[in-house]
Design a protein around this ligand. Structure first.
Ligand SMILES: Cc1cc2nc3c(=O)[nH]c(=O)nc-3n(C[C@H](O)[C@H](O)[C@H](O)COP(=O)(O)OP(=O)(O)OC[C@H]3O[C@@H](n4cnc5c(N)ncnc54)[C@H](O)[C@@H]3O)c2cc1C
Ligand code: SF4
Length: 406
């Protein structure tokens, strides 16, 4: 099939075309425009700006929610959630191998999943680059912590992360803003962890607690998931892409769903083909370099889709392993009732939209029935009943609570 003839082509040949505006694509756009490159950024989702009340619901009161916090098709976490996306995206179905379960959360908007993530911003430690040497599983990395440390430092200075200096062997300290003090219940957890000799330290979140590059420090409203109007937390859209736009060297195309990387007769990338989702038009932008940052799975799909005579199995797939051997981070939770926290005097338990303390992976975990380990995040506290408060109450007590039983 001819690759270019029927498509509307951009007259400009950009230095770089970046696909996806999330954590990876936003950083690429920011650094490349800063370095003077002419860049086009293609994002499958729509435009978004947390600093505008048109998008952010940070300042709204729960009772202002017409749906009482109920979700909408593109906002499964409630109508004011700052992430457009979900497990099911119209027009983007996926299949699973028989007998397997995989719920694929995707963000489709400027900034991608950085509008949704927990902002826990941890560095790999020296041991994480040589796990095979330590436990025989997987592979060692071809680089070490010392190779990557200067880049971690640069990211810390650019986006701002709070935390504390702890000098732990495999949880390297960053260049931190001061961490907020623990809340009441977090003090209890910390005291207990200390007694049990479990490492428990201030959280490390990409939220600023002093001014940075025109952004105001956090005012502890706890609404990070609604989009921070003061840009005190990190989202790729507001902290990376919008500043990159202000350089005048970035062209941002939203609602642009890329489907393949175009290559020339020499097999090298010449641009990308995409669908303009607003018009349904088949279009193409030309660039000397293409950066795929559409998230791990979607970038793989685009590469598999980019077949040509030079790349019959898709781009960068001569090994045939593209799209295979996916690994993922998983989590689980447990809740408890703590009698000593009942009837504590009322107090202000506000804070950032996330925990103020956590327990890094502190054991060698030889007794676990899975390799490696885990960290523990803590959640709780007193707060104004928010929208969606008591959601699911119909299932309590068991069998369904209603009336006197409830
Ligand atoms: C619930 C949750 C909590 C998380 N919490 C944390 C945390 O606390 N700490 C942490 O370090 N990580 C966390 N993560 C993970 C983190 O969000 C991701 O690792 C990170 O966002 C990945 O960046 P990315 O650039 O690869 O992809 P994304 O941020 O997903 O960005 C990809 C972008 O590409 C766009 N796109 C996709 N396909 C196309 C296409 N064909 N054409 C054009 N554009 C396309 C998407 O719309 C999206 O905007 C969390 C993730 C989730 C889901
Ligand atoms: S808690 Fe801080 S970072 Fe989060 S939305 Fe409020 S001001 Fe912004």
């Amino acid at each position: 099939m001819p690759k270019t003839s029927s498509r509307a082509q951009s007259p400009t040949v950009y230095d770089v075309a970046i696909v996806g505006s999330g954590a990876g694509g936003g950083m690429a756009a920011h650094q490349l425009t800063k370095a003077g490159a002419k860049v086009v950024l293609l994002e499958a989702g729509g435009y978004w700006d947390n600093s505008s009340a048109q998008y952010s619901a940070m300042l709204k009161m729960p009772y202002d929610s017409p749906r009482r916090g109920n979700s909408t098709p593109d906002r499964p976490f409630g109508e004011w959630d700052a992430c457009i996306g979900g497990w099911q995206i119209p027009g983007e179905p996926y299949t699973k191998a028989e007998g397997t379960k995989f719920d694929w959360w995707r963000g489709r908007m400027l900034g991608g999943r950085t509008n949704h993530w927990g902002r826990i911003s941890l560095r790999f430690g020296p041991d994480d680059f040589r796990r095979k040497t330590l436990d025989g599983l997987g592979d060692d990395w071809p680089i070490t912590y010392d190779d990557i440390k200067p880049y971690y430092d640069e990211v810390d200075r650019l986006i701002g992360i709070f935390g504390s200096r702890e000098n732990l062997p495999n949880d390297p300290d960053g260049i931190f803003h001061d961490a907020p003090a623990p809340r009441y219940y977090e003090h209890l957890v910390k005291r207990t962890a200390d007694r049990m000799k479990i490492t428990c330290i201030p959280a490390r979140l990409s939220i600023i607690t002093k001014p940075l590059n025109g952004r105001s420090p956090c005012h502890y409203c706890g609404q990070c998931n609604r989009g921070c109007m003061t840009n005190s937390n990190f989202s790729s859209g507001n902290v990376l892409v919008l500043p990159a736009l202000r350089t005048g060297r970035l062209t941002l195309l939203t609602d642009a769903m890329v489907r393949e990387v175009m290559t020339g007769p020499d097999g090298r990338a010449t641009g990308v083909a995409y669908i303009d989702k607003k018009t349904g038009e088949d279009r193409e932008v030309r660039a000397r370099i293409v950066v795929l940052a559409a998230s791990a799975l979607e970038s793989s799909r685009i590469m598999l889709n980019s077949k040509s005579s030079r790349h019959p199995n898709g781009l960068a797939n001569s090994s045939g392993v593209l799209g295979r051997y996916i690994t993922d981070t998983t989590g689980t939770d447990v809740a408890g009732f703590i009698p000593s926290l009942v009837d504590v005097p009322r107090h202000n338990a506000d804070g950032v939209g996330g925990g103020h303390i956590f327990m890094p992976w502190w054991l060698d975990n030889k007794k676990l029935d899975f390799p490696r380990g885990y960290h523990i995040e803590v959640w709780g506290g007193l707060g104004m009943p928010s929208y969606g408060f008591m959601g699911g109450i119909q299932s309590y007590p068991e069998g369904g609570g209603y009336g006197a039983g409830l």
